[in-house]
Structure formats: C-alpha cells, structure tokens
Design a binder for this molecule. Structure first.
Ligand code: HEC
Length: 229
C-alpha cells in the first residue's frame, strides 16, 4: 500500500489554490524562515568570555610553588660548593683542566667521616682504652706498607700506639673501599690533626692488595712490624 501523498507546507498552500505561484506568499515564507533562523541563532549558548576560574587557581598555585621553591633553594642549596660536591669537583673532560683541584687529603675527608670516625673520632684522638688515636700515631706516619694492610684486612691483638697499649679488633675495609678511596682516606689521616706525612697513591694500594690477595684473617701488630720499614 502506498502512503498517502504528503501535504505541502501550510505557508506555501495558504494563498495558492489555483496552482499558480504566489509571490506574496513566498515572500512571507522567507520572512518566517528568517524568523526561525533568528530564533535558532539566539538559542545557541553565548561564546565564553573572560577566564574560567580553574586555570587561574592552577596558575596561582604554580606561582606559589615557584616563589617558595626559590626561597627554599637559596636557603638550603649547597651552591655547588666543591668541598661538598667533591665527587665531581675533581673531574675534568680529557684535555680540559679541572676548575677546582682537590688534594687527596681533601677528597679523603668524607671517606673518613663515613668509615673511620665512629671509632677514631673526628679529632683523630680515638677513645682511650678502646680505639687508638690516629693523631700523632707512629703507625700513621710510618710505613705505608703496614698502613694499607691495616685498612685492607683489619687488625687485632695487642698494639702500642703513641705510648699506650690497646688490644681490640678493627674490621677489614678492603671489600668496602676501592684503591683510590683507601689512598685518599690514608692521605687524609696522614695530613690532618698535626700529622704531616706524604700522600698514599692508589697504585700503591693496588699493588699491596694484589700482593696480599692470598692473606686471610686480620693482621696483628707483631706480623706487621716484620713488614716494610
Ligand atoms: C669499628 C671501629 C674502627 C673503625 C671503623 C676503624 N678502626 Fe682503625 N682501629 C680500630 C681499632 C680497635 C684498632 C686497634 C686494633 C688492635 O687493638 O689491634 C685500630 C687501629 C688502626 C690503626 C693503627 C693504630 C693507630 O691508631 O694508628 C690505623 C692506622 C687505623 N686503625 C686506621 C683506620 C682507618 C683509616 C679507618 C677508616 C678507613 C679505620 N681505622 C676504621 C678500630 C676501628
């Protein structure tokens, strides 16, 4: 069954009974279309104007973070102090001169603080009856052969240091510290608290490490006194 023919729009039909085109009616219908369009147009939401609140709040927060962050940095940054950031201070690209050159003793200070200070103390004075002093110690100023061995493999048993007797145990640090770290920390103890002995070189530590590779257990003072000068 065919659907009944659709009726034409009322506006067009209104004054057009004789099937002739009626210009007046057509003009009126254009107006009504414009009217409808104008209505539709006015229903559209307005374009957003001004700034929405959320991005403004975010911007404010970011400004605060930047502002207080800067204050924090000024107060607490280390200002690239080479004596603090010493791991990098001494490093220059090949062919370039390092801006700041630190001595072995300066580089050894942080290693001392991390590995020795608990027993031998910041003053190098040790603890009477328990930990012997490094300040004024003949072991520190004396043979580097013995000194390097003490740090590599540890020390135990009776020992006389600066006129006083000790009988305790120092743990080995050879597995913890690299050759250069041992050279630096020994240079530090040799040139601090009034001590005045030359640097220990990493090559010396490497040689002694290789020579004593088969040594097991801690050294005793008695054993060490037979080695070196
Ligand atoms: C856990 C405590 C302890 C730590 C940590 C320690 N030592 Fe010792 N050290 C001793 C003791 C104890 C002796 C004496 C051992 C003995 O009685 O035979 C000693 C002896 C020495 C001696 C020979 C005696 C003297 O006083 O001159 C030297 C040198 C030395 N230590 C250097 C170091 C260095 C350098 C470090 C860090 C890399 C270090 N020690 C870390 C406890 C320690």
């Amino acid at each position: 069954m065919r659907p009944p023919p659709r009726r034409r729009a009322a506006t067009k039909m209104s004054a057009n009974h004789d099937n002739k085109f009626n210009f007046e009616a057509s003009a009126a219908s254009d107006d009504s279309i414009r009217e409808v369009h104008a209505k539709l147009q006015s229903n559209k939401p307005d374009k957003p104007h001004g700034y929405p609140a959320l991005p403004l709040v975010m911007l404010g927060i970011m400004c605060c973070v930047g502002f207080f962050g800067s204050i924090y940095m000024v107060h607490y940054s280390i200002r690239f102090d080479p004596l603090v950031v010493n791991a990098h201070a001494n490093r220059a690209k090949p062919g370039e001169k390092a801006a700041v050159t630190l001595t072995r003793a300066q580089l050894g200070k942080s290693i001392y603080t991390a590995n020795c200070i608990a027993c031998h103390q910041a003053t190098g004075g040790g603890v009477p009856g328990a930990f012997p002093p490094l300040a004024g110690s003949e072991w520190v100023a004396g043979s580097e052969e013995r000194l390097v061995r003490i740090v590599l493999h540890g020390l135990q048993g009776p020992i006389k240091v600066a006129g006083n007797d000790y009988n305790n145990v120092m743990a080995p640090l050879g597995a913890v510290l690299k050759d250069e770290q041992i050279a630096n920390v020994l240079s530090y103890v040799r040139q601090t608290w009034g001590n005045n002995a030359p640097d220990v070189e990493p090559a010396t530590v490497a040689r002694i490490r290789a020579e004593t590779a088969s040594h097991s257990g801690y050294w005793t003072a008695e054993e060490l006194l037979k080695i070196g000068n």
